[in-house]
Design a protein around this ligand. Sequence first.
Ligand SMILES: Cc1cc2nc3c(=O)[nH]c(=O)nc-3n(C[C@H](O)[C@H](O)[C@H](O)COP(=O)(O)OP(=O)(O)OC[C@H]3O[C@@H](n4cnc5c(N)ncnc54)[C@H](O)[C@@H]3O)c2cc1C
Length: 226
Amino acid sequence: PAELPASIIKRLPVRFNYDNRYFKDTWEGLPADGYTKWFERMIDDPRVTVSLGVDFFDESQPYNKKALRAAGVPVVYTGPIDRYFDYELGDLKWRTVDFKEVRYDEGDHFGCPVMNFSDADVPYTRAIEFKNFNPERRERQNPDKTVVWEEYSRFAERGDEPYYPINTDADKALYARYEAKAAAEPKTVFGGRLGTYKYYDMHQVIDTALTAYEEQVAPLLANITK
Ligand SMILES: Cc1cc2nc3c(=O)[nH]c(=O)nc-3n(C[C@H](O)[C@H](O)[C@H](O)COP(=O)(O)OP(=O)(O)OC[C@H]3O[C@@H](n4cnc5c(N)ncnc54)[C@H](O)[C@@H]3O)c2cc1C
């Protein structure tokens, strides 16, 4: 690496140091108390009801696709867009990840929070060592133990958690056809990574959610209150 010009090293997707940051962006951050706390505070409002473990397509549930369509109420749908249309044009392709937790009796295994692997003899593509995201919390961490999650990448089947859109030209063409069908559902806003068949990082998905609220959800709500 020392022989490469700095301008090239800066653009390489690999790192030659132990910088603990995830990306190479100028500004990076995590919610101080984590995303879980953040969401708990957002939904802590008497106007918000949360139902977990409920499938939107399960017609025995009160807020299912069929019932809400019939009632003509606005819906923000954040599930897979092909699932919404019962895969009638075919399945969009995704990759998924199987996670394997490994615990080491060591203070620090990798020396950084994220280690990527492209070696032919390593079956996982990435390993995350959580404690290294927060070196400023060393005092509160166990000095003799560390937890690592290895990520095993594979093609997603129906029923797997879809993670990364494969996005070949054929997928893009298929998504465009689903998008046209979605446009014909005026009361349903297709949101998030699954509803729009895109990979987003958190700052991007937050931005698209706020924009979708302003441009698509607020006008639907305004129509109701009129
Ligand atoms: C493996 C992985 C690692 C990532 N790492 C990072 C990272 O390090 N940094 C970063 O910034 N971003 C990261 N991201 C991206 C970030 O997690 C996503 O952008 C963000 O979570 C997307 O939010 P979302 O609301 O669009 O989708 P999701 O968080 O997936 O939410 C969709 C919701 O819809 C629900 N849903 C789907 N179908 C149904 C149904 N039929 N009925 C009821 N509910 C349903 C799901 O249960 C889920 O709760 C990562 C993503 C993945 C997949």
